[in-house]
Write a protein of this length. Structure first.
Length: 509
């Protein structure tokens, strides 16, 4: 790839990143200068973090396009052509397991459940992801409908959820979004595309999606199952103190202390995927040097992008989110938290790094029949509703179950009335939308508000990730219903045109 083309693509990705992050900057500045004054130090942390976020998104989206997507597709295609089903399934389990173990957000989840040893939780969740990746591949091999599997597994999840304490229930459903991170999601999605590429049947296109949907069930099932074994009674969580930034040196030190942590974490996270690809390259792929160099450059971009993005999000955005949530919830008119949360939710999902990877894959596989812009608006509306409902929970203390159970019932019922590809994309979108921006800004926002109103942080604030993961399932399927309705109207119009003119007249014209 020429330097000119690379510069052009970086410029395009920079424009995408600016369009995604600038609305959030504008909202936070507007709130901080009006109803929710923020200390200068926290505001500077936020602004510095926003710069890192923009640069990180730019490098990550280009890096995923150059490396994660082609790596996943080529490995998936090679595995599908291998013919040795037991070996393929074993490789899928191993891949799902090692990727999950190295996911940085999984360490955070383990700290939130003090009643279960960290290593037990991490291994159980990784095993859950590996197992459900195997199930996802078996579904593609055996041509099974995704909706039937989703109904069976979610029914089992809610039966398990009824047997454990409510505090533990919120953490369990949050885990589904936490463990499908911005690095593993593009790879797993591309793996499905590559696996389906060797099929020539009419269902291959829709079956290329759905891997993330099933892999998101694994962590929830694993954590719920551990809840039965360990009978957790204390899932208490103590939020981090708000940093006191008094000068520019302290500001820089906050980020300087964060960089080494994420440099190490992302290196550990990228290593399993890179090693897995290297083994395939040596054994069977044997790509040409030009293609291999392109993938290596993409891995480097992905690494730089994720380090910058996660440092900016966790060091810069987290304190601002927590402080803003507390200030707004402390106002006499605290219910304004709901519309403000909805506006933030509408824009913040666009800053999730894996969203653009999903939209590009959807446009590519459907040849533009499902436009990325329509998906983006549907996801934004869905997340806006989820954050509004999450703020209702924070202010009222209503159980998460009263939102999650009807939401999933609605999503599963919709799957019978929309094109199957929309169901697969919708359930994939749930795992993609609940990424690091949700964990680094929206969850602290909810926690800060919960502290201000004197609520239970684990019971009332946790569950935001689960809500964000749920509403895209409904929103994208509603888009599918609209798509089907419009397609039906078009067919009716064509039939009416034939009835009026006649086929011979049209041929003559």
């Amino acid at each position: 790839m020429s330097d000119y083309n690379m510069d052009l693509r970086l410029t395009d990705k920079l424009k995408e990143a600016l369009a995604a992050v600038c609305p959030i900057i504008g909202i936070v500045l507007l709130l901080s200068f009006t109803i929710a004054p923020v200390p200068a130090g926290i505001l500077l942390l936020f602004l510095f973090g926003a710069v890192l976020l923009i640069a990180g998104m730019m490098f990550f989206t280009l890096g995923a396009e150059l490396s994660m997507t082609p790596m996943g597709e080529k490995i998936g295609t090679k595995m599908a052509n291998a013919g040795h089903v037991p070996v393929v399934l074993l490789l899928c389990f191993a891949l799902g397991f090692v990727i999950t173990v190295s996911e940085p957000d999984l360490q955070v989840l383990a700290e939130q459940v003090p009643s279960i040893p960290n290593h037990v939780l991490i291994l159980a969740v990784a095993g859950g992801v590996g197992l459900f990746l195997v199930i996802a591949m078996l579904r593609m091999l055996l041509f099974r409908a995704l909706s039937a599997l989703l109904i069976c597994f979610y029914t089992a999840l809610f039966v398990l959820a009824s047997l454990i304490p409510e505090d533990f229930f919120t953490v369990a459903f949050d885990s589904g979004g936490v463990t499908t991170g911005p690095m593993t999601v593009p790879f797993i999605m591309a793996l499905g595309v590559g696996f389906a590429a060797v099929r020539s049947d009419r269902h291959a296109e829709e079956d290329s999606f759905g891997l993330v949907a099933l892999c998101s069930i694994g962590p929830v099932a694993a954590v719920l199952f551990l809840g039965l074994l360990y009978h957790p009674k204390d899932t208490g969580y103590i939020p981090s103190p708000t940093p006191d930034i008094r000068d520019s040196v302290q500001l820089w030190n906050s980020f300087a202390s964060g960089f080494p942590k994420y440099i190490k974490e992302i290196a550990v996270s990228l290593l399993p995927i890179t090693v897995f690809f290297a083994l395939f390259q040596v054994v069977s792929l044997r790509l040409k040097k030009r293609k291999l160099l392109r993938i290596l450059i993409g891995i480097l971009y992905t690494y730089i992008g994720l380090v910058l993005f996660l440092t900016g999000a966790n060091v810069g955005f987290m304190p601002a989110g927590s402080y803003l949530g507390g200030m707004i919830a402390g106002l006499p008119y605290r219910y304004i938290l709901i519309p403000i949360g909805m506006v933030i939710g509408f824009f913040i999902v666009r800053a999730e790094p894996a969203i653009y990877v999903l939209m590009e894959q959807v446009e590519e596989i459907t040849s533009g029949a499902i436009p990325g812009r329509a998906m983006e608006i549907s996801l934004s509306l869905g997340v806006a509703v989820s954050i509004g409902l999450a703020m209702v929970r924070v202010l009222t203390g209503i159980s998460l179950l009263w939102f999650i159970l009807p939401g999933y019932i609605m999503a599963l019922c919709l799957s019978f009335f929309v094109p199957k590809i929309f169901t697969a994309i919708a359930f994939d979108s749930g795992g993609v939308a609940s990424g690091p921006m949700t964990a680094a800004f929206l969850l602290p926002f909810a926690m800060g508000a919960c502290q201000a109103v004197g609520g239970n942080i684990v019971r009332d604030a946790f569950g935001v990730v689960a809500m964000v993961a749920m509403t895209p399932l409904i929103a994208i399927q509603i888009l599918g219903a609209v798509y089907r309705f419009r397609a039906g109207r078009t067919e009716e119009a064509e039939e009416s045109y034939l009835d009026i003119w006649g086929e011979d007249d049209i041929i003559e014209l």
